[in-house]
Design a protein around this ligand. Structure first.
Ligand code: 5GP
Ligand code: ZN
Length: 114
């Protein structure tokens, strides 16, 4: 755990959140500022700041987070149409430096993203 990390504190239960899923590897909770009717953040318990900081040893973990994110999208009822997003770095829109997969669904998505 990184003591300064917001998502580590959410994972530890030190900051409350609306959790939709958790197991020994992955935690998922609703975004506090949702950008779609379904907006869930899916994170590994392990603190990895950006996806680019992951090592080869983390590759199975990242696969598990992506797999779980898709299953959560299905459970949320948006399995047929959703956007899975990972922002890497401040200029790409990352504001919390603990790897997270956004699941956005329930509205039509534009492309290219802003
Ligand atoms: P990023 O911009 O890093 O890709 O995504 C971070 C996300 O975390 C944002 O969508 C933001 O709304 C969300 N967020 C920030 N603080 C909190 C919080 O305290 N609780 C929850 N549930 N989400 C948060
Ligand atoms: Zn963290």
């Amino acid at each position: 755990m990184d003591e300064t990390c917001l998502f580590c504190k959410i994972i530890a239960g030190e900051i409350s959140s609306d959790k939709v899923y958790e197991d020994e590897t992955v935690v998922a909770f609703r975004d506090i500022n949702p950008q779609a009717s379904t907006h869930v953040l899916v994170v590994p318990r392990k603190h990895i700041p950006r996806i680019v900081d992951a090592t080869e040893d983390d590759s199975a973990l990242l696969g598990e987070v992506a797999y779980r994110a898709a299953q959560i999208a299905r459970k949320e009822g948006v399995g047929d149409s959703f956007r899975m997003v990972v922002n890497n770095g401040a200029d790409a829109g990352q504001s919390v430096f603990h790897v997270h997969f956004h699941i956005l669904g329930g509205r039509r998505m534009g492309w290219p993203p802003g």
